[in-house]
Design a protein around this ligand. Structure first.
Ligand SMILES: *[C@@H]1O[C@H](CO)[C@@H](O)[C@H](O)[C@H]1NC(C)=O
Ligand SMILES: *[C@@H]1O[C@H](CO)[C@@H](O)[C@H](O)[C@H]1NC(C)=O
Ligand SMILES: *[C@@H]1O[C@H](CO)[C@@H](O)[C@H](O)[C@H]1NC(C)=O
Length: 300
């Protein structure tokens, strides 16, 4: 390759990064495949390492994978398949027959070195989860469990995405649901904004919990551009006890993510979490994210 061409490609890919992707709805669910397509189209190098089956609600569970005693979800692999597998014509699509944490761990420890030339992933993304993960639900969500494992144990900045609309749908459904496309585009938009300022993308042990409001086919909130991102808290603050949040929108108390997603209009909440306990980060850490995402965030 000519030096000038190599240089041009390098410049083009300045913000193209290596991303490990997982979820709890399973490797063959359409949302994770749409996100793969969207992030890949944006120039990123992505590897999916997600559960073979629906592992919704399994939190931070982790167990040695076993061979499949029944087919993978939506018949995406036959019964008797090995504990770890991949799509033969698209080896970046990998399943692990265990929990979300176990699956993303395999992506980070084993697949990354193969696909990212020996490097660790730059970022971990999970979801978009089928259904919201708001407030106390973060303690049970496997989509959140995988993201917090990446940010805490593996030291990789992580974002958990969830969407209010949809039901678990096979990757090869005859027509891709609109919500799945819109959520993938929104997730890519936030990812690109977060990484635009270079590393570190997030402070240590920090993850983002991002929830997209409903996509109402044929009515409103039908394109990514319709949505506004609002900085939020995961958990309800306790008066006089919970310390102030970062000051923004004329207040030192952020709205909860539940409030943001439930507000009339098309909103996405962005909460800043501590990965080791799934509680809210403090005002100083929230300020780092507010600064990074300032061109994307609006007030409720
Ligand atoms: C996936 O698992 C969750 C939790 O057990 C369950 O509520 C949901 O119905 C399951 N989804 C499907 C499509 O079976
Ligand atoms: C595997 O990838 C091929 C080619 O992209 C696709 O046609 C097929 O449906 C995929 N199967 C699964 C389970 O991902
Ligand atoms: C999706 O792929 C599975 C496994 O190959 C197959 O059983 C199913 O019929 C396919 N669905 C569609 C809509 O093509």
């Amino acid at each position: 390759m000519h030096f000038s061409l190599a240089l041009a490609l390098l410049t083009l890919s300045a913000h193209a990064i290596n991303i490990v992707s997982s979820n709890d709805d399973g490797w063959a669910e359409i949302n994770i495949r749409e996100l793969y397509d969207s992030l890949t189209a944006a120039g990123h190098s992505v590897v999916i390492s997600a559960p073979a089956e629906n592992e919704s609600g399994t939190g931070s569970d982790d167990a040695t994978p076993s061979a499949l005693t029944s087919a993978c979800e939506f018949d995406s692999c036959p019964a008797g398949s090995p504990a770890y597998g991949y799509n033969a014509s698209q080896p970046r699509f990998n399943y692990v027959n265990s929990y979300p944490v176990t699956a993303i761990k395999y992506g980070i420890n084993t697949l990354a070195s193969k696909y990212f030339s020996g490097s660790a992933p730059d970022l971990a993304v999970t979801g978009p989860n089928v259904g919201s993960n708001l407030g106390w639900e973060v303690f049970f969500s496997g989509t959140v469990g995988a993201a917090t494992y990446a940010a805490n144990t593996a030291g990789i900045p992580a974002i958990a995405f969830s969407g209010a609309t949809g039901s678990q749908t096979a990757w090869n459904v005859s027509s891709v649901p609109l919500y799945s496309e819109v959520y993938a585009q929104l997730a890519t938009k936030l990812t690109d904004e977060l990484i635009a300022g270079g590393t570190p993308y997030l402070p240590d042990n920090v993850w983002l919990n991002v929830n997209f409001g409903a996509v109402t086919d044929g009515e409103s909130c039908t394109t990514a551009d319709d949505f506004k991102f609002v900085l939020s808290r995961i958990h309800t603050a306790i008066p006089l006890i919970t310390a102030d949040d970062v000051e923004t929108c004329g207040s030192t108390r952020l709205p909860t993510e539940t409030t943001v997603v439930d507000t009339d209009g098309c909103y996405a909440s962005v909460s800043v979490g501590v990965a080791s306990d799934k509680l809210d980060a403090d005002a100083t850490v929230q300020a780092v994210v507010l600064d990074r995402l300032s061109s994307l965030l609006t007030c409720l």
